[in-house]
Design a protein around this ligand. Sequence first.
Ligand code: C5P
Length: 228
Amino acid sequence: MNKIILALDVSTMSEVVSIVEKMGESILWYKVGLQLFLAEGEKVVAYLKEKNKNVFLDLKFLDIPNTVAKATNEAIRMNADFITLHALGTSDMIKASRDAIDKSSSNTKILSVTILTSISEATLKTDMSLSGSIKENVHHLATIANEAGSHGIVCSPFEIETVSSINKNLIIVTPGVRLENDSVDDQKRVMTPTQALALGSSYLVMGRSLVGKDNAVDIVKDIESSYN
Ligand code: C5P
């Protein structure tokens, strides 16, 4: 139940309110990313919390440990349920964020991003000087993140098994899901919600498959009932 995180990829509070009102009790989790946070700021998080929703604050921190620890404290203050970090920020940075959480009484959880799905194997070598396949790099970075205290990993559904083999208790959050008859848009490799959940995804991030659809509430109910 409540395994769907709806991505609020919009720029205005009024769009947020209309999505949240339309989805009602069918959606518990909302993702606030850079676009919405830069446009409307903290009041979006406050609004979602006031509506008793869980917030996935997807700002993908990547900075020196001290700065990330302080940013984590602000996310804790806002009562964010999930925050994201780049595992490329190294274990010192992830540990600093985890320490900030452990020093507080908050339930905020860290999700680490390994290799962005927009990065190809060729770019990994040319621009980042990283050898090995995407899968090897995902495995390596997820292992570091796990050991440094990350509670979970954001990954493509195709990487679920790689990540769960490291630690079966990691929270696995997967974007890149599409309903069978949906357009793929700019997503390159996609799975259906049922396939991703069967492979062990803890939460699905869904945007365009729900937003703008008249029957979005029914789609959510169908996915949830196929799982339960
Ligand atoms: O509309 P769609 O379902 O493709 O939206 C997916 C959401 O997940 C967007 O907010 C997108 O930025 C995010 N995301 C993604 N792929 C990743 C990481 C995040 O699509 N690898």
